[in-house]
Design a protein around this ligand. Structure first.
Ligand code: NAP
Length: 313
């Protein structure tokens, strides 16, 4: 096990973390990115991104690959596939521990992102991999000429439902209200797609399976009546919850657990910043994550300069 000291350790290698690394290296600061998986973050699982300026339409994987290639030109120290076991953020020198390394850092940028929220209904967790999936890009091809059911009314649900129509013969979108919150342009595409059937004002109550998913039970929110629909797959896209377990008790969060920051990405702890989906941002998109990373890195630079100045005086 090695102990290393950095100007900044970035926790999470998605777009926000990678962008922070680029800006830190350009300020000549030494930094490390630690991620429990490969770098690239959640967008690597997005079928298509068409609102990242300058790229037209691009797959999430391709865009994130380009981000990493760009950062590689600046000699960032990368530690993928290292699960963080503990994080002491309070001390002036922060300490991040993985199985393989101990990272000491003058500053930390938290870019750990968010994970899909669970429906928490019977048959959900038992059938992950047997018909329940949170990643249409990873699993969509298994549903050629089959019926699938997407849950949710946001951008993720509608975009991934459209993606699934490339394979499935029928795609239900189940939503608890009669209005979607997804962008209008995506809604229009959904309304025009003949493979998609909308089941509005329904909530899922059970996923029924023997060896694999066979049906989903839906309850009508107006009548409370329950009806079963045959489906081969269920794709819940009902929002995100932040990856903050490691920092609990140290950092201030909003009522949903997202880390509270100011507009400079500062948290309540000196020298600790949060960027991207993990913070209480009004917009969770690649373009805002990248911008958060840049802002935080510039703040880190100022913070370290102030400390040096204070030591000198
Ligand atoms: P979201 O925007 O929070 O939408 C979650 C959806 O799930 C809502 O329609 C919500 O219904 C529904 N829902 C929540 N809890 C539920 C429950 N227990 N049972 C049934 N339905 C439930 O989440 P998201 O679509 O995952 O997107 C997350 C963020 O990423 C958003 O900020 C989104 O804009 C962004 N995103 C952007 C893009 C893009 O720009 N291309 C793509 C994907 C995601 P209500 O509407 O009734 O609340």
């Amino acid at each position: 096990m090695q102990e290393k000291i950095f100007d900044c350790v970035i926790l999470g290698g998605g777009p926000a973390g990678l962008s922070a690394a680029l800006y830190l290296r350009r300020a000549n600061l030494n930094c490390a990115i630690v991620d429990k998986s490969a770098l690239g973050g959640t967008p690597t699982n997005y079928c298509e991104i068409e609102n990242y300026l300058g790229f037209g339409k691009v797959s999430g994987f391709e865009l994130c690959e380009k981000f990493e290639e760009h950062v590689d030109n600046f000699d960032v120290q990368k530690y993928p596939y290292e699960e963080i076991e503990s994080a002491d953020l309070i001390s002036p020198v922060k300490k991040i521990q993985t199985k393989e390394n101990v990272f000491l850092a003058r500053t930390v940028i938290i870019a750990t992102g968010a994970k899909p929220k669970k429906l928490n209904i019977k048959g959900e967790s038992e059938n992950i991999g047997k018909g329940v999936s949170y990643c249409a890009v990873c699993d969509g091809a298994f549903y050629k000429d089959k019926t699938v059911c997407v849950i949710g009314g946001g951008n993720s649900a509608l975009e991934e439902a459209l993606y699934l129509t490339k394979f499935a013969k029928k795609v239900y979108i189940v939503h608890r209200r009669n209005k979607f919150r997804a962008d209008e342009i995506i809604q229009k595409r959904v309304f025009e797609n003949e493979k998609i059937e909308l089941l509005l004002e329904y909530i899922p109550v059970e996923i029924i399976a023997s060896n694999k998913v066979e049906k989903i039970s839906l309850q009508n929110v107006q009548t409370s009546k329950i009806k079963d629909y045959k489906t081969d797959g269920v794709f819940p896209y009902i929002g995100l919850e932040p990856n903050v377990e490691l920092f609990s008790g140290q950092i201030e969060e909003d009522k949903n657990g997202f880390i509270l920051t100011d507009s400079a990405m500062k948290t309540n702890i000196d020298g600790v910043y949060a960027v991207g989906d993990v913070r209480n941002t009004p917009l969770r998109q690649v373009i805002t994550a990248v911008s958060d990373g840049a802002i935080a890195a510039v703040e880190v630079s100022k913070y370290l300069m102030d400390i040096k100045e204070a030591v000198r005086n």
